[in-house]
Design a protein around this ligand. Structure first.
Ligand code: ADP
Ligand code: NAG
Ligand code: NAG
Length: 342
């Protein structure tokens, strides 16, 4: 929605003094300017605009980003690309897209959500159409569930009215009170409209560690039997997740009506990250900081992480989560070194 610029009225007082020809000219120039200023392409390069109807997400670009930046998550990548492609190519989806991301801490759930959000709204998490909710930050007190429910419903209603393709990310789903989650159920369902607002173009992403232990175990079983990680298929994990997560009444979401109504379109598993993936994260982080990648530091940072299970030490305890902090320390050491030498 571009504002109409009242430029014409600014020019008008002076017009009386001019000849008709110049008046006509001035009006022409003014209206051309007005049109130009309010043209979406111009306007939206200064103010963030909600994508127009029919404006599709660039799936090629999304795939390229996931291929180059998300390490060791072939399943998550495939599922999300498939889900998003189907949703984005459908001119009239029947319900909002609802993804539930599961896996160990630091395996890339937030990271993938962020990349996905950037392809819907280029400003990503900074976009006013992308909303991140943290259970422990936004909904900390269990005795205030009623208030949170109301707040959340008002927010989502307001946000989706302002932009139908709003993206909502709920982190720490396993710490969320089920009542809070139930509050968003009406928006997720197959309704054409709720109180005059259609939610069908919105994207909801739930992140949780629930099921992470089961996914880890499945990955370890694959490893133990000498099979390739990349050969793990969705069907190898789905039965596990359905027993361990959907029927686990202690995992926050799972006794909420969202599960009962089958409103979740895709369960997206994140595999635990190995030493080689941690190294990839370190390299990526060094490159992002503009350093030349030093393999000694890469090795050192990866070696500093702790790994499980105790005997085999295959998977990183915190995924890639502490890579940045660890690199900071090494950076200081390297800097100190050069300073000492210099
Ligand atoms: N699979 C991955 N590929 C690349 N980077 C990753 C991956 N997993 C984690 N990271 C890095 O670690 C950081 C923390 O991961 P995050 O996505 O917050 O983990 P989660 O949400 O699963 O707990 C990310 O910002 C990213 O830099
Ligand atoms: C999609 O992204 C690719 C790669 O970033 C780019 O080359 C292409 O022009 C984009 N397509 C559209 C329609 O914007
Ligand atoms: C949209 O959601 C945010 C929370 O992320 C909230 O602060 C804001 O008021 C909402 N906007 C509207 C118009 O409701």
């Amino acid at each position: 929605m571009a504002p109409s610029v009242p430029l014409l009225w600014v020019l008008l007082p002076g017009l009386a003094a001019l000849e008709p020809l110049s008046v006509g000219l001035a009006i022409g120039v003014a209206s051309a300017l007005t049109g130009y200023l309010s043209h979406p392409r111009f306007y939206c390069s200064y103010v963030e605009c909600c994508p127009r109807d029919g404006q599709r997400l660039n799936a090629t670009a999304l795939k390229a980003q996931l291929d180059s930046r998300l390490f060791g998550q072939h399943l998550a990548k495939d599922v999300v690309l498939k889900a998003v492609l189907g949703f984005s190519n459908n001119p009239s989806p029947k319900k909002p897209l609802m993804l539930s991301l599961h896996g160990w801490a630091g395996t890339g759930k937030n990271f993938l959500s962020q990349i996905l959000a950037e392809h819907v709204h280029p400003a990503g998490l900074r976009s006013k159409f992308v909303h991140l909710f943290l259970a422990t930050l936004h909904f900390p007190h269990h005795d205030q569930v009623k208030l949170y429910k109301e707040q959340l419903q008002n927010w989502i209603r307001g946000n989706v009215s302002a932009c139908p393709s709003s993206v909502f990310i709920f982190d720490e789903m396993d710490k969320m009170h089920p009542g809070v989650i139930d509050a968003i159920k009406p928006f997720l369902d197959y309704y054409e409209e709720v109180d005059g607002v259609s939610y069908r173009k919105a994207i909801f992403i739930f992140l949780s560690n629930a099921g992470g232990d089961l996914i880890n175990k499945a990955a370890l079983d694959f490893w133990t039997s000498g099979k390739r990680r990349e050969d793990i298929q969705l069907k190898d994990l789905e039965p596990l997740l359905s027993v361990g997560v959907f029927n686990n009444k202690n995992s926050g979401l799972w006794h909420s009506s969202i599960i009962d109504r089958n409103l979740i379109d895709y369960f997206v598993p994140f595999l635990p990250l190995e030493h080689r993936h941690v190294k990839m994260c370190v390299r990526a982080e060094m490159a992002a900081r503009g350093y030349t990648v030093d393999e000694d530091i890469v090795q050192a940072v990866a070696d500093e992480m702790t790994y499980f299970p105790k005997e085999q030490k295959i998977y990183s305890d915190k995924g890639c989560k502490t890579v940045q902090a660890k690199l900071d320390i090494h950076e200081d050491l390297v800097m100190g070194d050069t300073r000492a030498r210099g």
